[in-house]
Ligand binder design. Sequence first.
Ligand SMILES: Cc1cc2nc3c(=O)[nH]c(=O)nc-3n(C[C@H](O)[C@H](O)[C@H](O)COP(=O)(O)O)c2cc1C
Length: 264
Amino acid sequence: MALPNPREAFGQPKIKDLIARTKTYESLGGQDVGQIVRDTLRQYRELHRGKEELFEPGFINEMDAFVEAAAPEGKGGLKFLVKSQWDDWSVEKFDKFLSFRHSVRDFDRTPVDPTLLTSAIAASLKAPSVCNRQGWFIHYYDDKTKMAELLSYQNGNAGFTECIDKLIIVTGNLKAFTRHEHNQLFVDGGLVSMNLMLAIHAAGLGSCPLNTCMAYTKEQKLMAAAGIPENERLIMMIAVGNLKDEFSVAQSEKYSLDDVLVQH
Ligand SMILES: Cc1cc2nc3c(=O)[nH]c(=O)nc-3n(C[C@H](O)[C@H](O)[C@H](O)COP(=O)(O)O)c2cc1C
């Protein structure tokens, strides 16, 4: 429906399949997608009001019965936007915001406000993902003994382990992807991780991404210690702490546009 000219009565076989699968899912106890499916089909139905003759017999009744099983909550279908909502932002402002994000390895020793960090995590979940699968988990640790144990498996936190106040491990959920989509787990996991580091930055906190490049056997031990189930894959750790009033970071000079932009 978000395309410029949606074909009239499009997708009938897929909608029938979607209704059948949603009913099965709900009969097995699944509660998370029914409202989204119904609200989406509700809008589809409105789009075709007065055009019922375009559909095969029985289709509209089946769809109406399915849709009306739940009151509208606006969780699916289209979202209407106006261009002026973009007036608040600019590349200059965004570039300035990005210019202040650094990998911080010297945190203040005061505790990070958990509510602030949780709100940043919540904001980061707006990241795009393939088919909106959102095949990721954000594991959050604040127990210092557990954090020290988990960081002992990681090879890039020496020298600043002690000042890390909170530890996050971003994982990808294998169950969200089919056989040919496994790399997508790392793409989507990377996108939500970047969103999270920017959200942490927006919250006025510091972060440092920490690689999870390690041998499979070590990874298994880390996952067991971290309470991460086998169907997940490690994307990265993120060390979090409060910013000191004054502190230093590595310059980490970036390539210029000319080094990277390949015009075709
Ligand atoms: C996936 C990933 C893993 C990283 N792992 C580590 C690490 O283990 N230890 C560390 O000190 N920095 C680590 N970094 C931080 C990079 O060194 C840093 O992003 C890079 O030097 C650029 O600096 P900047 O983040 O300040 O722009 C990692 C960064 C990424 C994206």
